[in-house]
Design a protein around this ligand. Structure first.
Ligand code: ATP
Length: 316
């Protein structure tokens, strides 16, 4: 089957700055693909080229079998797009705006707009300019999903949404896949990609530094742990956790009756949890760290070596 998206050596320069270096990406039809990376990694640049909002400096892209540069409105109607920075006409009501988009995007099943608005908790009777950022984002999502396009391209789609709505959105993405649609979404939040994507590419400074099934990415194994332990001493906790060699940035501080611990775990969480569990636990949180920190920590060397090689080649 033709992949939904295929790029070959797709590159974009802005003056002397290369925003994207020779991207080779294949996204199978009917899958959910996550593009993750810290700010400035090149995610938006990639998605805009697929939509023909900007044009590549070199390389090729095929979207639903077509070249975005020549696909025109016919190709565009087969795609639902949420841009990273959504700008909407403000002097109309939500429903009027969506009806206008429906005229452009092609057939929308009766009731589809209301069903989506209801799921996301969006009031369509309000003037767009009076909506909060999150509610505007919901309008963006409704316009992308309402005509059940073959391909959804979503740039940071959950920004501004509260956690409950984010969860509903992730369900919508899974349903789209069950429906045979393809979804490409970008994010700088690893967990939302982990919950939905079949495969991911990690971009850093315009290059793919890791690619594959979500579980295969070592990024998922870096976590930040915070705990509050009681009936123990700072020394006892420091000695016990200090033995675990895969803990970084270990900080142990007694605050009144409680010993506060923070650390970054790179790998097996089991040993850490068991060590913590020897004490009375009054508080425990396990979070993913900042994506930039993880990408640079794990792949930084590879990314910068490649960059230097490329810069040398550019100069040569
Ligand atoms: P973010 O999460 O911050 O949106 P991103 O991964 O989407 O990041 P891009 O917006 O694609 O990153 O930007 C990639 C690089 O290209 C950045 O270094 C950015 O400064 C640069 N860039 C993007 N657009 C332009 C432009 N119009 N002119 C010059 N440089 C640009």
């Amino acid at each position: 089957m033709t992949p939904a998206i295929r790029t070959a050596e797709l590159s974009k320069r802005y003056g002397s700055r290369t925003a994207l270096h020779a991207l080779d990406l294949t996204i199978p039809s009917g899958s959910v693909f996550g593009l993750i990376g810290p700010n400035g990694a090149g995610k938006t640049t990639t998605l805009r080229m697929l939509l023909d909002i900007i044009r590549p400096t070199s390389g090729t892209a095929r979207v639903l079998g077509e070249d975005p540069r020549t696909g025109g409105p016919a190709l565009r109607r087969r795609i639902g797009f949420v841009p990273g920075e959504l700008r909407l006409e403000g002097r109309v009501k939500g429903r009027a705006l969506l009806d206008h988009f429906a005229d452009i995007s092609g057939p929308v099943k009766p009731g589809a707009i209301d069903a989506l608005a209801e799921r996301l908790g969006l009031d369509l009777t309000r003037q767009v300019r009076t909506l909060s950022k999150g509610n505007k984002q919901k309008l963006g999502l409704v316009q992308a999903f309402m005509h059940a396009p073959e391909l959804l391209v979503l740039d940071e789609p959950t920004s501004g949404l509260d956690p409950l709505v984010q969860r509903e959105f992730l369900t919508m993405v899974r349903e789209a896949r069950e429906n045979g649609q393809t979804v490409l979404l970008s994010s700088h939040v690893l967990s939302e990609i982990q919950q939905t994507a079949d495969a991911v590419a990690v971009l850093s400074r315009g290059r793919v530094v890791a690619e594959g099934a979500v579980e295969s990415l070592r990024l998922a194994s870096i976590r930040r742990v915070r705990a509050g332990l009681a009936d123990t001493t700072e020394d006892a906790v420091r000695t016990a956790l200090g033995k675990l060699t895969h803990l970084r940035d270990l900080d142990v501080t007694a605050m009144g009756e409680v010993v506060r611990v923070t650390a970054t775990v790179n790998g097996d969480i089991d040993a850490v949890v068991k060590e913590i569990a020897r004490h009375r636990v009054v508080d425990l949180a396990v979070e993913e760290p900042d994506l930039e920190e993880s990408v640079l920590g794990l792949y930084g060397d590879a990314a910068s070596t490649e960059r230097e090689t490329a810069e040398e080649a550019d100069r040569g």
